[in-house]
Design a protein around this ligand. Sequence first.
Ligand SMILES: [Zn+2]
Ligand SMILES: [Zn+2]
Length: 368
Amino acid sequence: MFFSLTYSFTFFFILTSSSPSYIATFTPPATKISITSHNIQSLSNADKGAKMAGISQIKRYLHRFGYLQNNNNTFNDEFDVVLESALIRYQGNLGLQVTGKLDSNTVAQMITPRCGDPDTNTRPQNHDHNHVDNVRSSKNFVFFPGKPRWSRSMPMTLTYAFARENMIHSLSMKEIRVAFQRAFLRWASVIPVSFVEVSDSEVSDLKIGFYNGEHGDGEPFDGVLGVLAHSFSPEIGRLHLDEAETWAVDFQATASEVAVDLESVATHEIGHLLGLSHSSVKEAVMYPSLRPRDKRANLNIDDIKGVQSLYGSNPNFRSEWSLESDISANKDSNFVKPLRSSIVCLIKSVFTVVPLFYMSIFKAPTLD
Ligand SMILES: [Zn+2]
Ligand SMILES: [Zn+2]
């Protein structure tokens, strides 16, 4: 295991349905709790009817990430039917086998560091159909409640800035800027939205900073690992990273076992700023957890379909997936198959002719 089995959750916030955006409510932080390796072993495979120490902490965790309602924020150690149904939703949302039990995979997922935004269930409905729904694979991307997005005419430009007084010193400003440039470019390459850095975070659309513990938005960070970062839905534009993490842009240069890839987390959090919530596809950038020393910064088809259903496609965007989608949409037409065959032949020819050409050049002197 790359990471400590002990970490803490200290958050509490509520979704409101009256606002188009995700609003964190400003309540005092809940009592700090921890899940230890001892708790985990004793809890493993617990199911309905069990009563054992540590279950209250599981309930607090599920409450923290949007699976359990509890107005007075107190939890007992009984494995009741409410916990079972919360576990079933959690397992479904995280792409785990749905058992309704605290099996080892579920507990392992719970101790994996993750994004602080809760998991929501606002999957696209049938009336959300558009061109991306022609694709054969099923939808797993999720929006925030109310499906908020930046509402400007297309193509749009969003400005971003770093809160200069809330930076870290373990990485240079240049390293941080490059990591974010790369993260923004990934999204910009698939939707008609571009991102421009400006110097003043007071006036920029998107505001990026590193914060420690309680930092004024009702979502205090929790120290090393646990919650890594959180962001707000459109059009709030705030992206906060936990200053206590060992942020890394190069794992060879950062040997720490708890190092966290800044670019991967930046790409995920920008997805939130654009309006995507958490996906159940483990390969997706919008999957909520990331292990230390792991990288997951390349957009998955699920991420692309999700963000394009909010903003449409970048006209320059072409991928294997979009080519497949075109072919699928035109599968009855007579020219698609020949066209595809021609492209394949052309590619094969290039791969055959070019090496032969070079071989002939390099062999020429030795022939004499
Ligand atoms: Zn997230
Ligand atoms: Zn924050």
